[in-house]
Structure formats: C-alpha cells, structure tokens
Design a protein. Structure first.
Length: 135
C-alpha cells in the first residue's frame, strides 16, 4: 500500500475515534468524565501515530509534486505540525478535567470539528489523486 493510501486509511480510523469522543462527550453530564478520558486517550494515541507517518511522507510528497516552492512547502508543514500539536494539547486538557461541564462538552465538539476540518483539507490539498500521482 502506498503511503498516501495508508494516510487516508488512518484518517478513517481517526474519524471513527473522533465520533466516539463526541458521543462520549454527550454523556458526561450524566455519566461523568471517566469514558471521556479513555476516548481522548485513544484518539491522542492514534493521532500521534498518524503524525509520525505524516511527518515522513508529506514533505517528499509535496516537493516531488513540484507544485509549490521549497519555502512554501516548509511553511505549509510548519502550520500543519502546529495544528497537530494543538490537537494533542487540547486532548490532554480534556483528559485532565475531572468535573463534567457544558463547557467541557462544547470544547470537545469544537476540537472534533477542528480535527475533521484538518483531515478534510488535507485530503483536498495533499492527498488528492493529482498530487499523489505527481509524486
Ligand atoms: Fe495532518
Ligand atoms: Fe492526516
């Protein structure tokens, strides 16, 4: 399997784990935050694993495609890396909350939407067939 195909497959797993997190967040006001912490932990682990593969794959893929300059590619990768770091930091924050609250629930929904947007954009900008074929 190509690296791009593997990244897209990992996105599907991440989408499922993100939906799990959202569904668990809906229950915290009645059930407490225990399952939220484990769901956030599972998503964080999968996201960290995904980041390892993506870090190694995106730069050569983008440079080989020759659609952007090296400077532009390094800027894109820096922004991309920052978004991943922000997601992991937000998931850690979620895990540290013992007290259920509407605010925590809303924060999880916002985080989930951000993760979805990130992957959707990645698939349009980096992992579409034109870019992948050019690499
Ligand atoms: Fe990414
Ligand atoms: Fe990704």
């Amino acid at each position: 399997m190509g690296d791009a195909a593997e990244l897209i497959m990992q996105h599907e797993v991440l989408r499922v784990l993100t939906i799990d997190l959202v569904q668990v967040a809906r229950t915290i006001m009645t059930d407490g935050t225990g399952t939220l912490v484990s769901a956030a932990g599972r998503l964080a682990a999968a996201l960290a694993e995904h980041q390892r593969l993506e870090d190694g794959v995106l730069a050569p893929m983008l440079l080989a495609g020759d659609r952007w300059s090296a400077l532009r590619v390094s800027e894109m990768l820096a922004v991309h890396r920052q978004e991943h770091d922000d997601f992991l930091a937000a998931l850690r924050l979620v895990s540290q909350h013992d007290e259920p609250s509407i605010d925590l629930e809303a924060r999880v929904f916002e985080l989930a939407a951000g993760i979805y947007r990130h992957m959707d954009r990645e698939e349009v900008e980096y992992l579409n067939t034109r870019v992948v074929d050019a690499g």
